[in-house]
Design a protein around this ligand. Structure first.
Ligand code: ATP
Ligand code: MG
Length: 697
């Protein structure tokens, strides 16, 4: 049957797929399930399936609704669909889809003014409810209560049932269950009185509209006929209920997922609907994929080991990946004394990769919690390496981007002259898109990069849509802004492991692989939680196409020197005699291969500060206070002028190093770590003048 429908499609569409992928993509309308590991082409298969169904006339593009779990992943789906020439298929997160439907059906099912989204008021309302229930209102307590209420709503558990359900599940609750139920009830009441909706309400109300209003469900059924879910292993009971309401008894559903990548079960998600799909749809076409097209055999071998060590894997999730790409470098493991040194070393390694020609946008640093980004932001800034932090995803909130969208909109309204991409460049020029990037890093460069990202987006549109014009481009930007899917800015990605799901990069740095961070502290002692952490690690490993680096450090930076151990997930991965088991205590190696010793005591150097100063923290300083003071004054002026934080101009460590070594010419200045070519060109002459003047006075 599959081959019959394949032949109806335009030739070539399914040629880029292997036989199993083609069987899923080319299957006739009806239930399809792809169960497969990371990098095997699941997302590729569903985009091709949609394109195939549309091109062969089985369904109109506008009748397709594809859902996934993050805005970024939804943006990725839309971009891939556009690349296949599919226009008008919806690809959204569950929440974005529900919001749109609820807004549309609101007048019929509720009437009156639409309720607003709760946004930042959530903790405040939970605080009021907690107060009434006699609980503490510290932020951490409120966050725990909020997550618990979110879990309950995602699991379709109402406040009255909450205590009995958590007792049955033997669920650890942050406060006594009766109290939480009280807060939950109070929060719902306050929220309803304020006419506000939280994220889960979007789904709950949409479900109610579809289940309880036949006119609504009939209209909906007429409008959407084909449903596709990516990352189905992370579906919650609430999302499943919405999906069922969408289907309304129909079976035109394609799901793809990997039970080994379930990373939201703390939020109520479960891989069971994926693993039990054929029980519900006995006629489903089921496909398993094993070939890993993303990663080198070296990365794949490591991934297989990581997940092979998992405990209690459900039946049906034991797949072994087979790498399809040519060989690449072995994954690198390294242990560091502290986080600052780890970050400095990762930044140095990224610097080397950039020199080798790996584009910055093809490199990612992934960590367990967002707070870890700071050390890496600093280390990258010191080497003038551009980066962007995912998670915030505030691209469209940036001032220059808002300005640009307004300017593009009015240019589109005025009618465009000349070639489309040139027109975009012309509109962006007065906002700051100069021919050449501004010298140095800092805010000016960031602004320029952001504007350039818009041009690249325009080029992408021009390449994929035949009659692209300004109006079309503005519509695309508005759509992305609504979904907060920023175009890729040319910079290294910093992201949490959760946010990295479904994405891929040439080079991936998994950092902070120490007990207490991965697995995270609060997972300790809870086997299910530990297994979820392991899957998170697996997600991280499988993001890498070619270069994979795994690092950890033994001390947290600054303050209490608490010894830490490397992550338990690394056992069995690095050979017992791997140098990482012994190295790095002190013997730091710079990216140019030089070992560094203290210039006072000749002992090994540890920490960025020590490496930069060329002496141990405890060895006597030879800093010239007068020079240091003048340098700081100069830096203050410069950072105000450039509107960047002071450390972006020079870090304290670099200034102290300058004041200790009082360089007299350019060559002695560049020998100080932290002063690269860019900084030399930009500030070299000024620094030398400040030093000369201070020493002379
Ligand atoms: P994840 O579980 O991480 O979401 P996935 O199974 O969705 O992974 P994709 O992102 O679809 O995998 O594919 C991984 C990479 O392999 C992509 O770069 C994709 O273009 C490529 N790829 C997939 N299938 C093929 C194929 N048949 N031929 C060539 N490249 C392929
Ligand atoms: Mg995918």
């Amino acid at each position: 049957m599959g081959s019959a429908s394949v032949s109806e499609a335009k030739p070539g569409l399914l040629d880029g797929l292997d036989p199993e992928q083609r069987a899923a993509a080319g299957a006739p309308r009806g239930p399809v399930c792809v169960l497969a590991g990371a990098g095997t082409g699941k997302t590729r298969t569903i985009t091709h399936r949609i394109a195939h169904l549309v091109r062969s006339g089985h369904v109109a593009a506008g009748q397709v609704l594809a859902v996934t779990f993050t805005n970024r992943a939804a943006g990725e789906l839309r971009a891939r669909l556009r690349g296949l020439g599919v226009e008008g298929a919806q690809a959204r997160t569950f929440h974005a889809a529900a919001l749109r439907q609820l807004r549309y059906f609101w007048p019929r099912v509720v009437g009156g003014p639409q309720w607003d989204l709760i946004e930042n008021n959530k903790l405040r309302l939970i605080g009021q409810a907690a107060n009434r229930a006699g609980l503490g209102t510290e932020v951490e307590v409120l966050r725990d209560l909020a997550s618990e209420i979110e879990w309950a709503k995602a699991s379709l558990v109402i406040a009255d049932d909450y205590p009995a359900v958590v007792a049955r599940l033997r669920r650890d609750t942050p406060e006594p269950a009766e109290r939480i139920a009280q807060v939950y009830r109070g929060y719902e009441e306050l929220k309803n009185n304020a006419r506000l909706l939280d994220f889960d309400d979007l789904l709950l109300h949409t479900v109610a509209a579809l289940e309880e209003h036949s006119a609504v469900s009939e209209e909906f059924r007429d409008r959407y006929r084909c449903f596709v879910v990516d990352e189905y292993q992370d579906v919650t009971p609430l999302q499943q209920r919405l999906l069922d309401a969408w289907l309304g008894g129909r079976d035109d559903l394609t799901v793809v997922g990997d039970a080994n990548q379930t990373i939201y079960s703390f939020g109520g998600a479960s891989p069971r609907p994926l693993l039990e799909f054929t029980r519900r749809f006995p006629d489903a076409t089921v496909v398993r994929l094993e070939r890993d097209y993303r990663s080198t055999p070296q990365v794949v071998a490591l991934a297989n080991k990581v997940i092979g060590a998992a405990r209690n894997r459900p039946a049906g999730s034991r797949l072994r990946l087979i790498g399809q790409r040519p060989d690449g470098p072995e994954p690198r493991f390294a242990e560091y004394e502290d986080e600052t040194t780890e970050a400095a070393s990762v930044a140095a390694r990224i610097h080397d990769l950039l020199e080798l020609g790996v584009p910055a946008s093809e490199i990612a640093i992934l960590y367990r919690v967002n707070a870890q980004s700071e050390a890496y932001e600093q280390a990258l800034s010191e080497l003038d390496i551009p980066y962007l932090v995912r998670g915030g995803e505030r691209f469209f909130q940036r001032q220059e981007i808002r300005q640009a969208v307004i300017a593009l909109r009015s240019a589109a309204a005025a009618g465009q002259r000349g070639e489309f991409v040139d027109a975009v460049r012309a509109v962006l020029a007065p906002i700051g898109l100069t021919e050449q990037p501004p010298a140095g890093g800092g805010a000016a460069k960031e602004r320029w990069d952001a504007l350039l990202a818009l041009v690249e987006l325009a080029e992408e549109l021009a390449a994929t849509v035949e009659d692209a014009d300004l109006a079309r481009f503005v519509a695309e930007l508005e759509q992305r802004a609504a979904a907060q899917h920023p175009p890729t800015v040319e910079g290294v990605t910093l992201a949490s492991l959760h946010a990295a799901k479904g994405l891929e990069w040439d080079a991936v740095f998994l950092v902070g692989l120490a007990e207490g961070t991965l697995p995270i502290q609060h997972a300790d002692g809870d086997e299910n939680a530990i297994e979820e952490e392991r899957r998170l690690f697996y997600v991280g490993v499988t993001r890498a196409r070619e270069h994979l680096s795994l690092t950890w450090s033994l001390y947290r930076s600054g303050g209490g020197r608490r010894t830490r151990r490397r992550s338990r997930f690394l056992y069995g991965l690095l050979p017992e005699n791997h140098p990482a088991a012994r190295v790095a205590r002190g013997a730091q190696v710079r990216s140019n291969g030089q070992r560094q010793a203290c210039r006072v005591c000749e002992g090994p150097l540890t920490g960025t500060m020590a490496i930069k100063l060329g002496r141990c923290d405890r060895c006597p300083s030879t800093v010239d206070e007068q020079v240091l003071e003048r340098l700081k004054y100069w830096r203050g002026n410069r950072s105000r002028e450039l509107k960047v934080p002071a450390f972006v101009v020079f870090t304290d460590a670099t200034l102290i190093a300058i004041a200790e070594q009082c360089p007299v010419d350019e060559s002695s200045l560049v020998s100080i770590s932290g002063i690269g070519q860019t900084k030399l060109e930009r500030f070299g002459a000024e620094i030398l003048a400040v030093v000369r003047e201070a020493v002379g006075s």
